[in-house]
Design a protein around this ligand. Structure first.
Ligand code: MG
Length: 250
């Protein structure tokens, strides 16, 4: 059992208090978009709907790569893939840590998919065009994949940059260090930023840094994406990102 420190030690003021968990522009359960200087968007199943099953194509290719790499049956490979996705944030990270797999060939293979199954999104394009502030993509996928998806949606001109899995040294969200690296790389103040993402647990480090958070509920067939937040770190949630933005752009 830990001993209780003496009162004099406990009363010592903290010279560097941790940042407030509440973003300054969130007031009375609402947010003023004009106060947001930086928008941090996840890509997959956030900027397009999970109903199209685009990520399912990546999922299938990840399973086949894992099966080949480890000499497993498809069912065994699927179990390994899901386990690593849950424990490490990405299948890639689990394979790198546990099996010394190289990142780049895996990423190139799994992202060879048909993005034409998602439709261009003129409504989202219109909403993004009206949003004040800088917009950034923060993805556990590759830059090439992000560029293909953004081009297909027709929204590629609205983003000032992409922080992909390689930029993070192949260490994925929700590792808190990656969020700090993102803020440094794009030189923004988390207290004037909002993060938008379909996997609730990936919003936790953003909130800890002082960012506002918007959880986009997805219909994707993905257990981790469907998990409810396990704490008070989601400011807003929606199942319709464009509608959420449009309602606040009036
Ligand atoms: Mg996502």
């Amino acid at each position: 059992m830990k001993s209780t420190p003496p009162a004099t030690t406990a009363a010592k003021p903290n010279p560097s208090p941790s940042p407030s968990p509440s973003a300054t522009m969130v007031k009375n359960g609402e947010i003023s978009l004009s106060e947001i200087e930086t928008w941090v968007f996840d890509l997959d199943n956030t900027l397009y709907s999970g109903v199209h099953g685009l990520f399912d194509q990546i999922d299938v290719r990840m399973q086949s790569y894992v099966a080949d790499f480890l000499g497993l049956s498809p069912d065994e490979a699927k179990k390994v893939q899901k386990k690593y996705f849950r424990e490490f944030g990405t299948t890639l990270r689990g394979m790198m840590v546990n099996h010394a797999m190289e990142a780049e060939p895996f990423l190139e293979y799994v992202h060879q998919i048909d993005v034409s199954i998602i439709p261009p999104d003129s409504a989202l394009k219109g909403a993004l065009g009206k949003l004040p502030g800088k917009k950034i993509i923060f993805t556990n996928a590759s830059r090439d994949h992000a560029n293909r998806v953004l081009a297909r949606l027709g929204i590629e001109d609205h983003f000032g940059g992409i922080f992909d899995i390689k930029d993070g040294g192949f260490v994925p969200k929700p590792d808190p260090a990656k969020y700090r690296e993102l803020a440094d790389a794009f030189n923004f103040d988390p207290k004037n930023a909002i993060m938008v993402e379909d996997i609730a647990r990936n919003l936790h480090p953003a909130k800890e840094m002082g960012m506002a958070t918007l959880w986009v509920r997805t219909q994707a067939d993905c257990a981790v994406c469907q998990e409810e937040p396990t704490g008070d770190f989601v400011d807003f949630e929606t199942d319709d990102l464009t509608g959420w933005l449009a309602a606040r752009l009036r």
